[in-house]
Design a protein around this ligand. Structure first.
Ligand code: AMP
Ligand code: MN
Ligand code: MN
Ligand code: MN
Length: 283
């Protein structure tokens, strides 16, 4: 086993989390996290604050983000770790990835209005700490608050997933570009929560093959939404594709997330942990 309490995946109010970067740093530290990364969706606006807060509590830090990518008609998330947050291509790439969210959210609200749920764009926006990053999660919180559903899981199931009234297909970043932004800025690209995609075995094989061919280097083996069996399965994929392994809770909120910061199984000991390859990028 690789015994370092690293948590390299979570979200703050800069994307769809409910805690500030400072509160997350405190919580991670109290939970025993030794190496941390804040990985807001398509955003690096919280990075400086996260790094400073980590330093204040004496916790090691890697820069991070989680990029929304379109691949084979599905949305895939690529976590970037240890890159230079001032790199102009990273900054521009993430900015363009965020770009379509406002119009998408208006279309989502129009879809929800058709089934009698009105005012959801304005409602969701009141939950978005960063208006540039309005996401499905903010709609979910609004629909829970207004009593339409009992929790955010029910909102996704009934309204926000493919084929449901509030779902709007969206074109995110291209896989090759997302990997290049991160790599060219000195960082490492990681396939996030691989068990959460609805891929056929062939599509999944294509994802891993193309990811590797474009310079992707790691896969999230241990993550908040993986069962023990799924972690074993993707440990196998890491071995098969010669990828390093990452570990991250994907924590969003004390009220919504089942897995708290740092509260995760260890990585299997034979895999190369991402932090071994990113030693020189640790702050
Ligand atoms: P977006 O980037 O706007 O498509 O929103 C994606 C976010 O919604 C993810 O990062 C999760 O935080 C959340 N999410 C996606 N699917 C679900 C689900 N089935 N249940 C709860 N939250 C979800
Ligand atoms: Mn999220
Ligand atoms: Mn994700
Ligand atoms: Mn995430």
């Amino acid at each position: 086993m690789s015994i370092l309490n690293a948590d390299l995946h979570c979200h703050s109010v800069v994307s769809d989390g409910t805690l500030t970067p400072e509160a997350l740093a405190q919580r991670a530290h109290s939970n025993g996290v030794q190496l941390w990364s804040l990985t807001d969706h398509d955003e690096i606006g919280g990075q400086q604050r996260a790094a400073t807060a980590a330093k204040e509590v004496g916790m090691q830090y890697l820069s991070g983000t989680e990029i929304s990518v379109s691949f084979a008609g599905h949305t895939v998330h690529i976590v970037g770790l240890g890159f230079d947050i001032h790199d102009p291509r990273v900054v521009a790439g993430l900015q363009s990835t965020r770009g379509g969210r406002h119009a998408r959210a208006q279309d989502m609200a129009a879809g929800l209005a058709k089934v009698g749920i009105h005012g959801s764009f304005e409602g969701a926006l009141t939950y978005a700490g960063n208006p540039d990053l309005i996401s499905r999660t903010h709609f979910a919180r609004y629909l829970v608050e207004t009593g339409v559903c009992k929790d955010t899981y029910e909102v996704f199931r009934r309204f926000l997933t493919e084929g449901k009234p509030g779902f709007v297909p969206h074109r995110w970043a291209n896989l090759k570009d997302a990997i290049a932004w991160i790599r060219d800025a000195g960082g490492m690209a990681v396939i996030a929560h691989p068990a959460r995609y609805d891929f056929t075995p062939n599509e999944e094989f294509a994802l891993f093959t193309e990811f590797k061919a474009h310079g992707g280097q790691a896969v999230e083996v241990v993550t908040g939404s993986h069962s023990a069996a799924e972690a074993l399965e993707y440990a196998g994929m890491a071995r098969e594709f010669g990828l390093a392994a990452s570990r991250g809770s994907d924590f969003h909120s004390p009220d919504e997330s089942h897995t708290d910061l740092g509260a995760l199984p260890w990585l299997p000991g034979d895999l190369t942990p991402v932090w071994e390859l990113l030693q020189h990028r640790i702050q």
